[in-house]
Design a protein around this ligand. Structure first.
Ligand code: PAF
Length: 305
């Protein structure tokens, strides 16, 4: 496994692989790797001859300095995991390498970046699309793999790639879950143990909505009422958003669902009163297939360690 820290070296490596006729898969990450990331590596491996994985905690996508500070960093462990999973290249640049002196160019997907996570995290997606564009230009991959847990991020990146004509296939990989259903996330380690226990309401809410669809319910408001009720069972939870949206355009789903609808959740889990741990914002989602005869949704893979 090669560790590369500069864009020029990564581009040279990509050029060599391409000249030899080999396909490259890029897995962009911010490190703190878990089974969810490892599934992205496997997805990339199945579609390419070489897997490049980037580890870069991108400062421009954090709109709060405290969130950037608290983001878990486990670089040595990440490298070990990459070696064990036979990643070919780890790209781990410095902030100065990615945003050199005088840097002032950003990529902004104007509309898809506004709702959901864009609402409470202004500038977040501008940071994401800017760094992903830079990573695509540096790694020159044939395919880039992103997790479906960040459904809005995936939609925004697909739009950017189409709009700017990047010659890369964007692949979404299914959400990987812990044995109790919580979606794997680098942020889970920051949850207070009680908040971690209560966070299972997220998957309970998704399951409840999916069961309603399977039973024939198509009323948008009714489904969201049930979702809110499920999440409210966790006293430490504060809902940021719980919404039904078109999976591609992210436009609000109609009052009566008639096609695929993305149920997207963002919930902050605080620590119990008197405890010092900070609140942690978790996101999760499920595609509800309201257009099909039996309804239901597309479940994510469960990882049972
Ligand atoms: O999903 C992430 O980990 C990040 O948003 C990404 C795509 C690596 C960009 O920094």
């Amino acid at each position: 496994m090669r560790l590369i820290e500069t864009v020029a070296e990564l581009q040279a490596e990509a050029d060599r692989e391409r000249a030899a006729g080999r396909r490259i898969a890029l897995i962009p990450t911010m490190g703190a790797l878990h089974e969810g990331h490892l599934s992205l590596i496997d997805e990339g491996r199945s579609r390419a001859d070489r897997v490049f994985l980037s580890i870069f905690v991108n400062p421009t996508q954090f709109n709060q300095a405290s969130d950037l500070d608290q983001y878990p960093r486990t670089f040595e462990d990440d490298l070990d995991q990459c070696k064990r999973r036979v990643v070919d290249v780890v790209f781990a640049p410095s902030a100065e390498e990615m945003y050199g002196p005088g840097s002032q160019t950003f990529v902004d997907v104007s509309e898809l970046s506004q709702p959901l996570c864009g609402g409470n995290r202004p500038g977040h997606f501008r940071g994401v699309t800017t760094i992903v564009a830079k990573l695509l230009l540096a790694a020159k991959p044939h395919v880039a793999v992103f997790g479906e847990k960040d459904a809005q991020q995936l939609a925004v990146i697909r739009r950017m790639v189409a709009d700017l004509g990047f010659d890369v296939e964007v692949v979404g990989a299914p959400i990987v879950r812990e044995s109790d259903g919580i979606a794997m996330s680098s942020r889970n380690v920051n949850l207070h143990p009680e908040a971690r226990r209560q966070a299972t309401v997220l998957v309970a809410a998704l399951d409840a909505a999916e069961s309603m669809i399977a039973a024939g319910e198509r009323d948008h408001a009714e489904i969201l009422r049930r979702v809110n009720d499920e999440i409210s069972k966790a006293p430490l939870a504060t809902i940021d958003y719980a919404e039904l949206r078109d999976p591609d355009t992210l436009a609000p789903s109609p009052g009566r669902l008639s096609g695929p609808a993305l149920l997207a959740l963002a919930v902050v889990f605080d620590a119990p009163a008197g405890e010092s741990a900070a609140g942690v914002r978790l996101i999760d989602n499920r595609m509800l297939l309201a257009g099909t005869a039996r309804g239901g949704g597309r479940k994510a893979e469960i990882h049972d360690p």
